[in-house]
Design a protein around this ligand. Structure first.
Ligand SMILES: C[S@@+](CC[C@H](N)C(=O)[O-])C[C@H]1O[C@@H](n2cnc3c(N)ncnc32)[C@H](O)[C@@H]1O
Length: 166
């Protein structure tokens, strides 16, 4: 039974089991990209596979309400990135309408969660502050954790409460 939704899974880097049997992995794209990776070799490259189970748009999820117990939402966080940027290839890039896109993404994640279901949200605030992003959902976050080299990455936990309004 699929109880977990990752609607923008990218290359599933943060998963301990990238083929977890309880999860549905979605993304708006399915592609393999060769990126520069000099961590082992100055001329090195690495292939990034974005291979979702289901092509989906987090702004309009193809599931009825109350479908999942857990949703993990890790949307693109960059508005500015060069056309050949490795970060943009890996994480995607926000469009001009990003506030509306993220607002719809949050609303869709909460819609498909069952009552008291949990949303884990990941955000890197190098370009957009986490406070600005949190203003795009009416559900109040419960708690969070900062991580990353310069503490720019936030992990934030929400629960779909019965009084949640879209
Ligand atoms: C930050 S990355 C996810 C990284 C992933 N959590 C990992 O561990 O590798 C964001 C992903 O969102 C995808 N994306 C962008 N817009 C989307 C949309 N409207 N619907 C679904 N996925 C989208 C991008 O293609 C990109 O793969």
């Amino acid at each position: 039974m699929k109880t977990i939704l990752d609607p923008c899974c990218g290359s599933r880097m943060f998963w301990f089991d990238a083929n977890h049997p309880s999860a549905v992995f979605g993304d708006a794209r399915s592609e393999s990209i060769v990126v520069t990776d000099r961590s082992h070799d100055p001329a090195g490259t690495r292939t990034l596979n974005i291979d979702p189970d289901v092509l989906m748009d987090f702004r309009d999820l193809p599931y009825p309400e109350d479908s999942f117990k857990l949703v993990v939402f890790d949307p693109p966080h960059l508005v500015r990135a060069g056309p050949r940027s490795w970060l943009a290839a890996k994480y995607g890039k926000l469009g001009a309408d990003w506030r509306e896109d993220i607002r719809k993404g949050f609303a869709e994640c909460f819609r498909v969660l069952e009552p008291h279901g949990v949303l884990i949200f990941k955000w890197n605030e190098t370009q957009i502050k986490v406070s600005e992003i949190l203003s795009l959902t009416e559900c109040a976050p419960l708690f969070g954790h900062k991580s990353g080299k310069r503490s720019d990455t936030h992990w934030i936990c929400f629960m779909k409460q019965s009084n949640y309004r879209e």
